[in-house]
Design a protein around this ligand. Structure first.
Ligand code: ATR
Length: 290
């Protein structure tokens, strides 16, 4: 914990809920490890307009934006990164002053970079590979966008065909029903749905018997860290990437935007794992950690 004083620079996360966010642990550890006089706080927000004025008025330097505000913040920005504009969602704000002292708020999206970087860190090649993404929500959109940028051949699958087809049209890629996955040959499988998340840890989005045909499987669910999908994938001989990896790498890109420096990813990963362990311990003992 830094010594908070008049020079402390303010960062945080706006969303609802944010109480259980792991981002404060990750970013505060990163700032502290580099001796930066910065703090990052969770801020539950209902009214986006007021929150955006608040960030400007209080002199915040940066913020993460999470569900359900990633789209709603866009009208309140001064500048929007072209990629975030194409995705239609912002998860990172950078606040700076122009030469006349006005606050300029810029919006970025680092979610799509997070997924690609998580796969790259695990040495999973994407260019020219066929990758199946399960899901059609905001996470699937960002992950799918990144995969196309990386030169993968993308296939979307989803429980609800209409939303899956709509996303596939947006990404200009193929859609396949979940029931038809048995007939598909592909290299990588990525789950972006909440299936398998606590408390329904028996859930798995794909029949385990099909996992052997992929060389790598990634899950964006991180509670539990080893989901049933990843456990079954390991048993089937696949390389696996867990849900903290995407969170970590999107956070590393946020850190780069806020500081102009490469992120201390090992420190950040350790902080995420520790925060997850504390959360699990807290859930077991039933206490509220303050
Ligand atoms: P996010 O924006 O975080 O990606 P979301 O928009 O709520 O979240 O999307 C959730 C995704 O998980 C959807 O693709 C959803 O499938 P539907 O479009 O059919 O609703 C998927 N999902 C959630 N629970 C599911 C379940 N039990 N089985 C299959 N898919 C599920």
């Amino acid at each position: 914990m830094p010594q908070i004083n008049g020079n402390t620079e303010l960062f945080g996360i706006i969303g609802n809920p944010v109480r259980h966010s792991l981002s404060p642990a990750m970013h505060n550890a990163a700032f502290a490890s580099l001796g930066m006089n910065r703090v990052y706080v969770p801020m539950p927000v209902n009214d986006v307009a007021q929150a955006m004025s608040g960030l400007r008025g209080l002199g915040f330097r940066g913020a993460s934006v999470t569900v359900p505000h990633k789209e709603a913040v866009i009208p309140f920005l001064d500048e929007l990164d072209p990629v975030a504009d194409r995705i239609g969602a912002v998860n990172t704000l950078l606040l700076r002053h122009d030469h006349e002292g006005r606050t300029i708020v810029q919006g970025f999206n680092t979610d799509w970079i997070g997924a690609n970087a998580a796969l790259a860190a695990a040495h999973i090649e994407l260019h020219g590979k066929r990758v199946v993404v399960a899901g059609a929500g905001g996470a699937a959109k960002a992950v799918g966008f990144g995969l196309i940028e990386a030169g993968a051949e993308l296939v979307i699958t989803n429980r609800t065909a209409e939303s899956g087809q709509e996303l596939a049209r947006w990404l200009a890629c193929e859609f396949i029903e979940l029931d038809d996955l048995a007939w598909l040959t592909a290299d990588v499988f990525i789950n972006t749905t909440s299936v398998g998340m606590e408390p329904n840890t028996d859930g798995i989005i794909i029949p385990p018997g099909l996992l052997g045909k992929f060389s790598a499987v990634m899950d964006i669910v991180y509670a539990p860290l080893e989901t049933r999908l990843l456990r079954e994938a390991k048993t089937a001989g696949c390389r696996t990437v867990d849900g903290l990896a995407m969170l970590l790498h999107q956070g590393a890109e946020q850190f780069r935007i806020w500081t102009g420096m490469a992120a201390p990813v090992q420190v950040m990963r350790a902080a995420l794992e520790e925060a997850l362990r504390r959360k699990a311990a807290c859930a077991v003992c039933g206490k509220i950690v303050r």
